[in-house]
Design a protein around this ligand. Structure first.
Ligand code: FDA
Length: 407
């Protein structure tokens, strides 16, 4: 039985799918979106602590990880942070810069989802939530026949639709594997594989690191303590806060470096990135020879952290009792602090999924598959992953826009 004729079917009503749909709809295309959760944009709603860090004004291709680093350039150049800000402004959504070019809503992430839904409505896009894909066939003359069915995923209770669509273009916007309770699935990867695509192995990104054994014991009762550090892994380096948790380490510096870390890779912290620790310690020794090392360290670290450093590693004597060789050694250790992570907290808490559909088989200007005519991939399902700080949404908007202009 033939299906309802449409131009574009988008699978996944998240950031990239909604942007793609509204762009194609505004060009006069007949567009449908199938979203299996009970509402669209659940990750947008949760993002940025409920205020959605919707872009980063400093976005460049260097802020992304991919096996094919040049791939993201074209889409990012054609849809810039300013373009998204213009849409946000047109909807009178207040925003502010928190730090480092990161833009957040003044009120709530709900405003961003409402804006995207309103733009889709104006563009004539029809969105079917609580609806899953029951089957997809490539049609002999081109295009796809897609059967849908009511879904029970992501808070849905079977209230979606059973229908058949014949679509000239199929856009896969199903995101990555992070946070399954929000509706994340491996559907996009399976579909990609089915149409002959290669996958770059996936792993959790922007995720807390776990410690075990004696490495965990050193930090365990420091849970809640935050320290400004510089985290390094290979050539990557991020200066920001680190937070000690019950199971390991988190905070922006750790989430950022987690994108670069894999089991077996060395990870280092500079615990005093903004200070010449050696000069500072020698100066303190000269000025306050009778002060305890812990007292000096408590000026630059939280008290509990300073105490642990002394108890565990440096001793706690008056500064004059440390030789001129010992203080530089302490400074060197503070600047080159090894971390032995046992793993990550995994997809349950990860903000993103590294890896995904290999972009060498995708057109960088249109997001079209080079394997299957009419098939497109946008957003996080592709092997493009941004740093923490609004970059991942900018990629979702830019890749969604690129496909929306092409379908
Ligand atoms: P996204 O995950 O948004 O959307 C995919 C959609 O497809 C979902 O609605 C899902 O339910 C649906 N779907 C999946 N399988 C399906 C199927 N089989 N059938 C139908 N529908 C299906 N980034 C950033 O830049 N700034 C930030 O502040 C944050 N904050 C943040 C917080 C948290 C807690 C998380 C988990 C993530 C972030 N991120 C972020 C990352 C950002 O949310 C993410 O990169 C984008 O949402 C990716 O957009 P996509 O549209 O590709 O996937």
């Amino acid at each position: 039985m033939a299906g309802e004729d449409i131009d574009v079917l988008v699978i996944g009503g998240g950031a990239a799918g909604l942007m793609c749909a509204l762009t194609a709809g505004a060009r006069g295309r007949r567009v449908r979106v199938i979203e299996h959760a009970n509402r669209c944009g659940k990750k947008i709603l949760m993002s940025g602590g409920g205020r959605c860090n919707f872009t980063n004004t400093g976005t460049t291709p260097a802020n992304f990880l991919s096996a094919n680093p040049h791939f993201c350039k074209s889409a990012l150049a054609r849809y810039r942070p300013d373009d998204f800000i213009a849409m946000v402004d047109a909807h009178r959504i207040g925003w502010h810069e928190k730090e480092l070019g990161q833009l957040f809503c003044d009120e709530s992430s709900k405003r961003i989802v409402a804006m995207l839904l309103e733009e889709n409505r104006r563009a004539g896009v029809r969105i079917h939530t609580a609806t899953a894909v029951a089957g997809i066939d490539a049609l002999p003359g081109g295009g796809f026949r897609v059967h849908s069915e009511p879904s029970h995923a992501g808070g849905s209770r079977g209230e979606g639709i059973a229908a058949t669509f014949d679509a000239a273009a199929l856009v896969v916007a199903t995101g990555g594997l992070s946070i399954p309770s929000l509706g994340a699935t491996g559907f996009g990867y399976e579909l990609a594989r089915r149409f002959g695509h290669t996958l770059v192995p996936t792993r959790a990104g922007l995720v807390p690191l776990t410690l075990s054994g004696k490495h965990q014991e050193h930090y365990a009762d420091l849970a809640g303590v935050a320290v400004h550090v510089s985290a390094r892994c290979g050539k990557a380096r991020f200066d920001n806060a680190m937070l000690v948790t019950h199971r390991g380490l988190s905070g922006p510096a750790i989430l950022q470096i987690s994108n670069y870390w894999e089991p077996g890779r060395e990870l280092w912290l500079d615990l005093l990135p903004e200070l010449d620790a050696e000069a500072w310690l020698l100066h303190r020794q000269q000025e306050h020879p009778d002060a305890l090392l812990q007292t000096a360290l408590a000026d630059v670290f939280p008290k509990r952290f300073a105490q642990r450093l002394c108890d565990q590693w440096f001793g706690n004597r008056p500064l004059r009792q440390y030789t001129h060789r010992q203080l530089p050694e302490i400074a060197a250790k503070l600047a080159h602090w090894p971390i032995t992570a046992s793993g990550t907290e995994g997809y349950r808490t990860a903000e993103v999924t590294l890896g995904g559909v290999d972009t060498r088989e995708i057109s960088s200007s249109t997001m079209a598959s080079k394997k299957q005519p009419g098939l497109y991939f946008v957003g996080e399902v592709l092997d493009v992953t941004g740093w923490l700080g609004g970059y991942n949404f900018q990629w979702a908007w830019a890749s969604g826009r690129a496909a929306g202009e092409a379908v």
